[in-house]
Ligand binder design. Sequence first.
Ligand SMILES: [Zn+2]
Length: 328
Amino acid sequence: MTFETLVGNRALVSRLARMAAAERVPPSLLFSGPGGVGKLETAIAIAQAQNCLTLPGKGCGECPACVRIHKGEHPDVRIARPEGAGRQLKAESVRQIVSEAPSRPFEGRRRVSIFVDAERMNPTAANILLKTLEEPPPWANLMLVTSNAAALLPTILSRCQVYRFAPLAIDDLTGQLVSQHGMDRERATLLAALSGGSLNKALELEDESLAEVRSEALRVAGVVVDGARARDMVPWADQLAKDDRLLLLLHLLLGILRDVATRCAGGKLVHQDLETDLGRLAAAAPLPVWLHAYQLAEQSLQDLRDRYLNKRITISKLLAALDSASHS
Ligand SMILES: [Zn+2]
């Protein structure tokens, strides 16, 4: 990991890289912003630049110092993470790290302490940290990483220089999923679009039963040509409305309907692995029907996401509208 391999938030990362090169990194930094946008990776890249053996000020990512920092094994670079059932940043680990700060670095040039999910410090831990934040030794840097800056003590916030990270651009995130996580581009594009620009969220979605939700979305799309018996629709709508992945299902339904319309028009599919199913749907109804179905699904998504309409009613209406889409 180096500044060059970081993805997204270019302007902000470049500014920090210039500070590191000029040895002018502020003693106390806070990186805030959504999860999975590169805050911790940036903190690690700074620590590497500060202690790299081959490219001081830049970081090479490969020398023994850079590698040990990345693994969390460098004696001068400590990374504290929440632990235990309560996922707390424990007072004793904060105390341990803070107690090392007054002594000069052993091997590197800077002593760096990184606190991951810093909002998970209880007041005792926060007060221990506060003392060091007030008077950091000249060789020390403290970096706090949080996705919930509002939960930090104001006294901590006011002592840090705050950098706000934005969600990643969808294209950047897609590229990262392909190059660093070995995903195929179609799947990466889908997950990036659904994740709202968070790498963590995209990886979570990949783990989650995405395939299962997509099968259900395919069933919903099938209502356009197969219909749905009125008797079955009520329990089905109930079940869909209760699932906390309903918005994901609607996103996937939109993708499927778009693909079916694309197939009608002879274009390339996003969900290539569903080719047989999508081909069957495309053959069973003409393009205008699928465009209409897409509009219906889009309206339902907006109703739920932006207008917070009742889930069960919205989904019941959607199923009924899809059922009659090919007759209207
Ligand atoms: Zn290095």
